[in-house]
Write a protein that binds this ligand. Structure first.
Ligand code: GLP
Length: 253
């Protein structure tokens, strides 16, 4: 795993957006894996400002709430329209999202996996991280080999995500999410995090054991994962001086 430690949250967002920009400019027909959450808002904002041509790009989102339709304000479909889809020239038929109102969850999740495969696999996956180490909505205990499926959120995750949900509406208990195995199959993934409150989980994910109790630790097993954090999120990493040294001496940079 490549660990990049940058001074400020804005630097993390700039660096994340730059990786996506480079991917689209060098491969205009890229397949992107997209994430939601507060962290990603700044990444999408930056991408919009860079006048990229998304016309050949395909996207697959990580997760969606069960029982929430694409037109509901709390859906990740609505989030994506607001922060990205309505503001760039992505073709609607190229934007893939899980449908939380599907009547056949098993078949729908399998169809999503099949669609990723048909698209040729995900070239670049964006990831945030939950305070409990979740990636997408793979909560602690999720199988490292898991594929897209139904999951139950922890009370903490529901509480943390409540501010992003329309006022007066409860965060659903169940979600559909790509699995950890699905994420490990992506060609490259980039996890972004900033702020002091993410520092314990960043330390666990990077320097702790590979364990289902911290789903993000599975990324230690990913073939090409870059983790970009600010100084605050990095401050519990025991080997931060080494990571900075490696980054400073990165060949070709
Ligand atoms: C949600 C998403 C995750 C994301 C997390 C982090 O739970 N399902 O994919 O990683 O939010 O959110 P934030 O960036 O707001 O900390």
């Amino acid at each position: 795993m490549e660990i990049v430690i940058l001074p400020k949250p804005e630097d993390v967002l700039d660096a994340g957006a730059k990786i996506v920009e480079d991917q689209i400019r060098s491969h205009p027909r890229s397949v992107l894996g997209l994430a939601t959450g507060g962290t990603m808002e700044g990444v999408y904002e930056r991408l919009i400002g860079r006048r990229l041509d998304f016309s050949g790009v395909q996207t697959f989102n990580l997760d969606e709430y069960v029982g929430v339709g694409p037109d509901d304000r709390g859906s990740y479909a609505a989030y994506m329209r607001k922060y990205l889809f309505e503001r760039v020239n992505l073709k609607p038929e190229n934007c893939h999202l899980l449908d939380g109102t599907t009547s056949d969850i098993r078949a729908h999740c399998q169809a999503y996996e099949d669609a990723i495969k048909r698209a040729g696999g995900i070239d670049l996956q964006l990831l945030g991280i939950g305070h409990d180490g979740h990636i997408a909505f793979n909560e602690p205990g999720s199988s490292m080999a898991s594929r897209t499926r139904l999951k139950t959120l922890t009370p903490d995750t529901r509480k943390n995500n409540a501010p992003h949900f329309p006022e007066g509406e409860e965060v659903p208990l169940h979600v559909l999410t790509m699995g950890i195995g699905t994420i490990l199959d992506t060609r490259r993934c980039v996890l972004l995090a900033y702020g002091k409150n993410k520092s314990p989980v960043i330390a666990q994910a990077v320097e702790g054991p590979l364990t289902a109790m911290c789903p993000a630790s599975a990324l230690q097993w990913h073939r090409h994962c870059t983790l970009i954090v600010d100084e605050e999120a990095a401050h519990k990493l025991a080997r931060q001086d080494y990571y900075k040294f490696v980054y400073k001496n990165k060949p070709g940079s």
